[in-house]
Design a protein around this ligand. Sequence first.
Ligand SMILES: NC(=O)c1ccc[n+]([C@@H]2O[C@H](COP(=O)([O-])OP(=O)(O)OC[C@H]3O[C@@H](n4cnc5c(N)ncnc54)[C@H](OP(=O)(O)O)[C@@H]3O)[C@@H](O)[C@H]2O)c1
Length: 290
Amino acid sequence: MPESGAAAGGPAPPAGLAGTFELGGVVPVNRLGFGAMRLPGVWEESQDPRQAHRLLRRAVELGVNLIDTAHAYGPETSERLIAEALHPYPPNLIVATKAGYGPRGARGWAPDGRPETIRRHCQRSLEALRTERIDLLQLHTLDPAVPIEESVGAMVELQAKGKVGMLGVSNVSLQELDRARAVGEIVAVQNRYHLGDRASEDVLAACERAGIAFLPWFPIGAGALARADELQAVASAHDATAAQVALAWLLQRSPVLLPIPGTSSIAHLEENVAAAGLRLTSEEVRRLNG
Ligand SMILES: NC(=O)c1ccc[n+]([C@@H]2O[C@H](COP(=O)([O-])OP(=O)(O)OC[C@H]3O[C@@H](n4cnc5c(N)ncnc54)[C@H](OP(=O)(O)O)[C@@H]3O)[C@@H](O)[C@H]2O)c1
């Protein structure tokens, strides 16, 4: 992962993968990223970690240089697998992680946006990812018991200490995004958004106005869009798959959208990356919008 400002001065990332987006107007990433929540071994420890290593290395080889993970994925397993596979990190790779969600004793898995938890999760992420600085730290989700200003405030302090490069928020409404932006510079938003769920249109429009990256989670509808009959006709016309149509639609929907499809399979990874080269006609986009 680049140290502070290094990505801006380093070599440009390879062209392709649907072009680049500059995080914070400065740090370039290829628009088609990778979501590391479903890496083999994250949720079942019996899996051979070499499967996840191969997948991650193949993603980077194909030009992916934005990988999304979280302290919660495992917890920590996804981050550890990323470090095992890719550390020392290629200079242009951005690993985005998240704090503020995870196992919380008797409450089970729950949001925890208390500043001390944000600091603890960040520290654990630094260790798991074997880095001195998190490229992009996102608030995983809002804790109803903690004002977003306090959670993001803790992230701003971590940024000031050099432990975090850039800041993002996830699962936010328009109002929550505005409140977060009043506390720190937010360069990325991560909300659920795909062909079948466009509830975050207002947040997407705000990101477009402000030049903020929008990382749509569930870009393939958690796999459902890969099986959706409605996408098959368009897919057939391009000799493509429905999953590729779902990703191509996102890439054409807005230049600030940076899809992070997740997979446990190298074949699906390759298929998803190839979607960056699929160009839908305006008639097809109109049909899909409907
Ligand atoms: N911020 C949040 O709260 C939040 C919540 C959820 C997810 N996320 C992030 O978003 C990323 C993406 O979400 P996701 O992985 O849950 O959902 P997704 O990318 O929409 O879909 C992943 C599912 O689709 C399948 N799939 C992937 N590519 C496929 C293809 N080409 N053909 C057929 N099936 C395919 C995968 O199965 P196979 O393993 O068989 O390929 C997997 O079951 C996550 O990895 C994570 O980084 C964030």
